[in-house]
Design a protein around this ligand. Structure first.
Ligand SMILES: [Zn+2]
Ligand SMILES: [Zn+2]
Length: 218
């Protein structure tokens, strides 16, 4: 554990000290003045060895890095049924911030089985031609069994003017559980990042005349 702290959840004082002493950062841009619980995840704050550090700067340029680290955050979102998420913010995404969120239906009713284009209308068996790629019949559009959802993030601050002395023990425990879970998820992101440092970075040249780095398991 690098970020996670142990907090005695039977002690009001300890919980209040944890919550009010936790690092905070802007939820969006500095000008909108909203802040929430956050952690500094800049490379030099991750407790890496010198060797890991220099490799870390290389790996930050790797394509798909964030998707790979995001798995830990998706787990956190699921644990909270989408009511909270973790986003990066700050110049060079050096901070992870706890934000409120919610699942919303995207409104799509069907999708194309050939090109995966989503459609806001339902389709019928004999009327399912894809407007984009022209596929129909068994390759054409099909209605969703479960309408797709997306996670919408809110940038309101969390506990900005909270007077924790007024909170009940249970309210404090719930909040500590949330923030502790945030710290834990950030630890998992850090561990995943460190795992990636032990993988080999190869340069691949694609037919587009530009180099991109991809990860290759060692
Ligand atoms: Zn605010
Ligand atoms: Zn299509």
């Amino acid at each position: 554990m690098h970020f996670q702290k142990s907090v005695d959840t039977t002690s009001r004082e300890e919980m209040i000290a944890f919550l009010s002493g936790h690092f905070r950062y802007d939820t969006m841009r500095a000008w909108n003045k909203c802040q929430s619980y956050a952690l500094n995840v800049k490379v030099h704050r991750l407790g890496l060895s010198t060797e890991q550090c220099s490799k870390a700067y290389d790996i930050l340029q790797v394509e798909g890095l964030w998707e790979s680290l995001n798995e830990c955050i998706h787990e956190f979102e699921q644990e909270h049924e989408g009511r909270f998420t973790i986003c990066s913010n700050g110049r060079s995404s050096g901070y992870l911030v706890l934000l409120q969120s919610e699942y919303r239906l995207t409104g799509h009713q069907s999708y194309c089985r050939s090109c995966y284009q989503r459609n806001f209308k339902l389709c019928a068996l004999n009327d399912n031609r894809c407007g984009r790629c022209g596929a129909d019949g068994e390759k054409g559009r099909v209605n969703y069994q479960t309408p797709p959802k997306e996670l919408v993030t809110h940038h309101a601050g969390i506990d900005e003017d909270a007077d924790f002395d007024e909170w009940s023990l249970e309210q404090l425990q719930d909040r500590v559980k949330l923030v502790d879970g945030f710290d834990k998820a950030c630890d998992q992101v850090r561990e995943r990042f460190i795992d990636l440092l032990s993988e080999e970075i190869v340069e691949e040249t694609f037919y587009v005349p530009q180099k991109r780095m991809v990860l290759k398991s060692a």
